[in-house]
Design a binder for this molecule. Structure first.
Ligand code: 5RP
Length: 224
């Protein structure tokens, strides 16, 4: 018998990008996240022939990709709600809490996710963790607050580094924070969100993923 070949991370991303199509209702408006996994979803949607009324995008990157493939992109302000929001994650735990923002799009991602009834996370199996915090936590900040916020994270045992050369779609900066163990993601998100100068913390816990399509070499596993 030929041994099963281990799939590459890129192949796993393609797998879950395609699997997410089952959550797209023809004629609906779909919320679309950002990242290399979402790129696979966008490509799959364009190739699928499923006619959507349009998409609300969480980044310039995803907007450009969708427009290039003929998917209409609507302004978030034009829609009152979305059935589903599909996005990747940098980490996801078994409760659907996530770290996001590796692509610096976390603020718009949270805004579009908030419009949706259901958050479907698409990720390869390397993203599944027991406890959030190994991936450096992205935090979008007002530039003048960066140094003070780095001191606040230091008080929690974290080391915050300014992401060099990055200005977000909203004209802000990103701190990446290592050394945190986020055992209560809901409380952590609520707390850090209130620090002056924080635009968005990259913990997505209050609005967690209801479904995670996890790409594994055995196929797509659905966690919910
Ligand atoms: C962008 C994100 C992405 O969803 C996250 O970084 C995962 O990206 P990828 O699919 O490329 O691994 O939060 O801000």
């Amino acid at each position: 018998m030929t041994p099963r070949r281990t799939m590459t991370q890129d192949e796993l991303k393609t797998l879950v990008g395609q699997a997410a199509l089952q959550y797209v209702e023809p004629g609906s408006i779909v919320g679309v996240g950002t990242g290399s996994t979402v790129d696979k979803f966008i490509d799959a949607l364009a190739a699928s022939g499923i006619q959507v009324a349009g998409a609300v995008s969480s980044s310039v990157r995803s907007t450009e990709r969708m427009k290039a493939l003929g998917i209409a992109v609507l302004d978030a302000a034009e829609v009152q709600g979305l059935g589903v929001y599909i996005d990747g994650a940098d980490e996801i735990d078994h409760g659907g809490h996530m770290i996001k923002g590796g692509g610096a799009a976390l603020t718009r991602e949270k805004i579009v996710a908030d419009l949706a009834q259901k958050f479907v996370c698409i990720a390869d199996e390397s993203k599944l963790v027991q406890t959030l915090g190994k991936f450096p936590l992205p935090v979008e900040v007002i530039p003048m607050a960066a140094a003070q916020l780095a001191r606040r994270f230091a008080a929690l045992g974290g080391v915050a580094t300014l992401r060099a050369g990055v200005v977000t779609d909203n004209g802000c900066h990103i701190l990446d924070v290592t050394g945190l163990k986020i055992s209560d993601p809901v409380a952590f998100e609520a707390d850090v969100n209130q620090w002056p100068g924080v635009v968005t913390v990259g913990v997505f816990a209050r609005n967690r993923a209801q479904v995670c399509l996890l790409g594994t070499s055995e196929g797509v596993k659905t966690l919910s």
